[in-house]
Design a protein. Structure first.
Length: 247
């Protein structure tokens, strides 16, 4: 599979703390890749470096054929990044938020109108297009954030724990949307602390204390260790980092 994301020795330090420690990673075009680990594992820092939002202390990353640090503008033109706290305008309606972000991306006229209709239909948000963002449920806010991220039709979608704190039904709906995006050829790179979400990915990277400790398809990981063992391993990891600040 053609590589669309590559990291070589990617490292980021904050003073004496090494948030990401010599990470080597390759993600193929059209793949859905999940980076799994507890808070403080370095997942968010990894995403920010891949998106060109933060320079590495060492190593390098190439995203969509461009160096994520030296060619960050070209990278940002080709990706969509949905942070844990996406900047929705609470007093604006669903449609007004989408129009605002479309204006930022320079998307106008019939292209914007067609995209808005398609995204509203795909996320089943059409009945709520006139509702203020501040009056949406957590799951609906995540759908709106995703729609705004997709307006400029990115090649790669980076999602930082997109279903964290969202109810199970909304999580299921969100994943149905992601699978629809895969059909359009979009590559998806997401972070999550949920093991059941990791199983839905093509491949999973297990991250702990800044290191990528294992990377394989979820079926292969399950063959190596049963689900109870895997769950216990992650519980141990979470307890080990409990109280650590997110990096």
């Amino acid at each position: 599979m053609e590589a669309i994301i590559e990291a070589h020795g990617l490292t980021r330090r904050f003073g004496d703390i090494t948030a990401v420690d010599h990470l080597d990673l390759t993600v193929g075009r059209g793949e859905i890749f999940g980076l799994v680990g507890p808070d403080g594992a370095g997942k968010t820092t990894t995403l920010r470096m891949l998106c060109g939002l933060m320079d590495p202390s060492e190593g390098s990353a190439r995203v969509a054929g461009h160096d994520a640090s030296r060619e960050s503008r070209q990278v940002k033109d080709r990706i969509g990044y949905m942070a844990q706290r996406f900047g929705l305008y609470q007093d604006l309606t669903v449609e007004e938020n989408m129009i605002f972000y479309a204006d930022l991306f320079g998307i106008e006229g019939t292209v914007r109108a067609d995209l808005t209709v398609r995204l509203l239909r795909m996320t089943r948000m059409e009945p709520f297009r006139e509702r203020q963002a501040g009056r949406l449920s957590g799951g609906m806010k995540q759908k709106l954030a995703l729609m705004c991220t997709l307006l400029h039709r990115p090649e790669i979608l980076f999602l930082d724990e997109p279903t964290n704190g969202v109810d199970p039904v909304s999580r299921r709906d969100f994943w149905a949307i992601l699978y629809e995006l895969l059909k359009d050829g979009i590559t998806i790179f997401l972070t999550t602390a949920y093991l059941d979400e990791a199983e839905r990915c093509n491949r999973v990277g297990m991250m702990h204390k800044g290191k990528l400790i294992r990377c394989a398809p979820p079926q292969e990981l399950k063959r190596e260790m049963d689900s109870a063992t895997l769950e216990a391993a992650f519980i141990k990891m979470i307890h080990a980092t409990e109280g650590a600040a997110r990096v």
